[in-house]
Design a protein around this ligand. Structure first.
Ligand code: HEM
Length: 477
């Protein structure tokens, strides 16, 4: 922690008038012209660590933009929730959105966003999510059935395919054949490569005439994805599109008041869901399965809970309330490897955050990854310990764990799904899928890691790497 911290000013009480007097945040030095861009590209984890040691709000320059990293959960709460109106998604998010789906709900603002969110919400009610549970279990069982005993698989690849099939069947009422699944996965990977810190750093320095392979792959993959999405909409329209699934809803292209969605908004919503809803869940499942492969005690406790609650059957949505240990494993995977490593916002006028003046237009990165591994809020933050989410003294032979959130910890010491009005629209969907899939897989097989450690890379999202494991049928213990 830096000793240059100013006396704390309540972020909530700050006004533009206060901001004139407040000091600027401590600043990470960088090179002339490129600022911290190259340090981020070289070692994103190291850069984050240095920033966290410097302070709770730390200014730096990256990719030619004035930026600040935030490691204070109270400031996160203020930006996302209590003062949300003073911030917008901003240029960083808009630029990222341009690569994927600029008119999609994750990137629009104001009234346009509100109307889109309201329309899409109908696919994420608790009742609708319960109706997706069977597909989530069924696809997990089918996935495991396709693996041979002793086979080496890439968890990331397998679980990417799984989460995409679940998304397509449940939200879009559509079985995605393998070549279509491959088109979506190829586009997601191409965007990740194109928007990685290393590539952004190199790309910004390349002359425009330089042949850029990563850019070409991205453009080709996105063109294929757009063709696929256009086909899906056309097919659903030809079939009348009377269903209440998300694809039919969008193919009708109508708000409930009868007004029309623009064609690019229809396409961009679909692309948004294909991206936002598949990779994130796949990453978390990959991490959870990998961590279980390296921790016999946690694995044994999880098996004990599943046997006590589900007997010799697959889990159902009705049992989720009793699967506290399973939920703790999922929460812990999301804490250690949050798929969205940061949430980005931009103040619309000068503000005071954590006692520092932050000018309008600064790109704020609320560091999910940094805060969720901060020892001020977490004991042994780098250790995988699902028990930290459970009430002490529970956990008996017959399962019986109870979830307990540590009330001493600030609420926004954990925010893998963001917070406030723009929190993840798919949060309940994701948590249901993650628990059901994990339980279904763990009941059938065990994994032996092939490499010594996970090799994640840190960009706008975390890429867990291939996570190669050897599969074997579950041993009776
Ligand atoms: C482990 C899984 C997931 C994680 C960690 C995650 C994380 C997030 C985060 C952090 C945000 C907020 C971004 C911000 O405020 O700037 C977000 C937004 C969003 N997520 Fe998720 N997500 C997950 C799964 C899903 C799923 C399964 C879906 C859909 C099926 C989904 C759809 C969305 C959408 C549409 C938004 C934009 C909401 C808005 O701006 O109003 N996400 N997600």
């Amino acid at each position: 922690m830096s000793d240059t911290q100013p006396p704390r000013v309540d972020a909530e009480a700050s006004t533009t008038a206060d901001s004139a007097n407040a000091p600027r945040p401590p600043r990470l030095g960088g090179l002339p012209l490129v600022g911290s861009t190259l340090s981020i590209a070289r070692d994103p984890f190291g850069f984050l660590e240095t920033a966290r040691e410097t302070g709770d709000v730390v200014a730096y320059d990256a990719y030619g933009t004035e930026s600040a990293l935030v490691f204070d959960p109270e400031v996160v709460e203020s930006v996302l929730v209590s003062r949300a109106d003073a911030f917008r998604k901003g240029e960083f998010e808009t630029d990222f959105g341009e690569l994927i789906a600029p008119s999609g709900v994750a990137f629009t603002e104001g009234e346009r966003w509100r109307r889109q969110r309201q329309l899409l919400q109908s696919s994420f009610t608790p009742a609708r999510i319960r109706s997706y549970a069977e597909v989530m279990v069924d696809e997990a069982a089918t996935l495991v059935d396709g693996w041979d005993d002793g086979e080496t698989i890439s968890l990331r690849e397998e679980l990417s395919r799984y989460s995409l099939r679940v998304l397509a069947r449940s939200l879009f009422d559509l079985p995605l054949e393998d070549d279509r699944t491959a088109t979506v996965i190829r586009a997601a990977n191409a965007v990740n490569r194109y928007a990685s810190p290393r590539r952004l750093a190199i790309g910004g320095l390349l002359p425009s005439w330089f042949p850029d392979r990563v850019e070409r792959e991205y453009e080709d993959a996105m063109a294929d994805l757009e063709t696929l999405v256009a086909d899906l909409v056309a097919q659903r329209r030809a079939a009348d599109a009377t269903g209440d699934d998300l694809l039919s809803l969008l193919a009708r292209a109508e708000y409930p008041d009868g007004s029309r969605l623009a064609p690019e908004a229809v396409r961009d919503q679909l692309i948004t869901f294909l991206f936002a809803g598949h990779e994130t869940t796949a990453t978390t499942l990959t991490v959870a399965c990998w961590l279980l492969g390296g921790d016999d005690a946690v694995r044994a406790e999880l098996e004990r809970e599943l046997a006590a609650v589900c007997g010799d059957r697959d889990p159902t949505v009705g049992k989720l309330g009793d699967l506290a240990y399973t939920e703790a494993v999922v929460r812990e995977a999301l804490r250690l490897y949050p798929p969205a490593t940061g949430v980005y916002r931009e103040p619309t006028s000068d503000v005071v955050l954590g006692g520092y003046r932050v000018p309008a237009g600064t790109t704020l990165q609320l560091s999910v990854y940094g805060i969720q591994r901060d020892e001020r809020w977490w004991n042994e933050p780098a250790t995988f310990r699902p028990e930290r989410w459970l009430a002490s003294g529970t956990g008996t032979e017959d399962g019986g764990w109870t979830l307990e959130d540590d009330s001493d910890r600030p609420e926004y010491a954990y925010f893998p799904f963001g917070g406030g009005p723009r929190h993840c629209l798919g949060m309940r969907f994701a948590m249901t899928e993650l628990q059901l899939a994990l339980a279904t897989i763990v009941r059938r097989v065990e994994f032996d890691p092939v490499a010594d450690a996970l090799e994640p890379s840190l960009g706008v999202t975390i890429d867990p790497g291939p996570a190669a494991v050897r599969v074997r049928p579950r041993r009776e213990k």
